[in-house]
Write a new protein. Sequence first.
Length: 92
Amino acid sequence: MWPRNERGRTHRQLLEAVALEAGDDSIALSVITVLELAHSVARADTMERRERRQRFLDELLIGVSALELGYAVGTGNIRHFQLIQRLEIVRL
């Protein structure tokens, strides 16, 4: 279960809403948002939840870094990477 913000949305739902709103416009995550995501990793009440949240954050950072550098991402797990518009994903 993803942690929910004050409006009852998960991080995933918030990212999807931002992507939908932005459409073809460029978007960026601020440092504060990244810190908030990292804080949710630290606050996890179980090791399993902490690992799941960390994996999501790691994949998000890999994906936006690849996008910024003009690289594709090769992965067997495309779920989180699909949230990043215009990122080229190579399914392995």
